[in-house]
Design a protein around this ligand. Sequence first.
Ligand code: FAD
Length: 415
Amino acid sequence: MERRQIVVVGGGLAGTATALGLAAAGFDTLLAAPQAPDDKRSSAILGRSLAFLADHGVLDALGEAKAPLAVMRIVDDLGRLFRAPTVEFRASEIGLSAFGINALNEDIGNALKHCISAESNLEVRPAAAVGLTLDEARAVVTLDDGSEIGADLVVAADGRRSPMREAAGISSRQWRYPQTALVLNFEHTRDHASVSTEFHTRTGPFTQVPLPGRRSSLVWVEDPKLAELYVDLKPDKLSSTIAEKLHWILGDVALDGPIARYPLGGSRVERLTSTRLALVGEAAHAFPPIGAQGLNLGLRDAEALVRLVSQTRDDPGSRLTLSRYEAARRSDVVSRMAGVDLLNRSLLMEFLPSQLARTGTLAAMGLLGPLRHFAMREGLVPGAGLVGLPRSVKKWMGGHEPGREAGEEQRHRRD
Ligand SMILES: Cc1cc2nc3c(=O)[nH]c(=O)nc-3n(C[C@H](O)[C@H](O)[C@H](O)COP(=O)(O)OP(=O)(O)OC[C@H]3O[C@@H](n4cnc5c(N)ncnc54)[C@H](O)[C@@H]3O)c2cc1C
């Protein structure tokens, strides 16, 4: 039997980032990663997640393939009796030039691959895990190439259905929403100026996120039947429909590439660890794409796990380390899942009190600077709402005196 300190199962973005972090921290790591399907989505990576990737060279490896996110705007497009005011969250208000970046998942994956290729502690094996046994002494993972690997710790980063989570006996609750996300990229005639706009509609959010140049990605959450009708539209008609739904803020629109569909669902797990096993990414939590939370939560799992196993180097899968991981991640995971679920359901509900509560919260955010600043800091780094952002995070996000924005910062540097 082969032996490794850590086996990471699943080569999605969360698993690959975790394997990179663990290998860079000096752990002898194997990443079991069968060929992943094509992924045309983009991910907005913010705050602590961005700092984690940047510390491991992924931001540099992305080069020009990323766009800064300086402003995040929420527009009430529900057409209901009580309309919330438009709220803008500006990075400059909390002394940053950007909240983070947006990039295509394909480019983030390639940047991660580039970084792991330089890691001597990491072996990537293009094989799926088909068996798992866990006991106090060690874990054993069986791969579909016939190999068996004994390890101190198994990291299950094998997605929302997570065969490793099931094999470990961790129960989960899965549910579906009456929504499909259409995902596509498009070119536009007006500059996006590093602004992402999330329109809240009666079927869910309709979110434009900047890509480099005059390009953006779109996550369009729709009723599943309507989504099928939109997908069947001719490209010209679909482009003009999108421009109209964006209220022409980006001028004319032209589709750039295929449209992908994601039926929306959620998954909640009973616990994040088992004997010699930790869950990371969508194996640990899944919810709708609102406010760019999913991968960010997965990268914060990765960051916490790397930090905690580094504190008990002799046995990275010890009970102590895993109980610390469970404690460190539980409240972030539970609070983000609850927040996203509540916001998503509040868009779908016709119930007047819930509409009023949503409108009131957004209005208060728009009016009260300190509340807005708290929400921005908390969104970037859990726990930083009151105490402020740590320097380790600020350094990657262009920390500067409040009031100056990404474009102004660049002009200032040129001057
Ligand atoms: C439409 C949409 C838009 C989104 N936008 C954002 C965003 O802007 N920002 C953000 O933070 N998040 C976003 N998310 C969420 C984000 O995309 C996911 O959280 C993230 O991609 C999950 O990554 P993962 O590595 O945990 O899981 P996955 O990407 O599902 O990867 C799991 C991997 O495990 C592999 N695997 C499965 N079984 C096995 C096995 N037995 N052995 C070995 N490998 C196995 C699979 O092949 C796969 O490669 C979005 C989600 C959706 C649906």
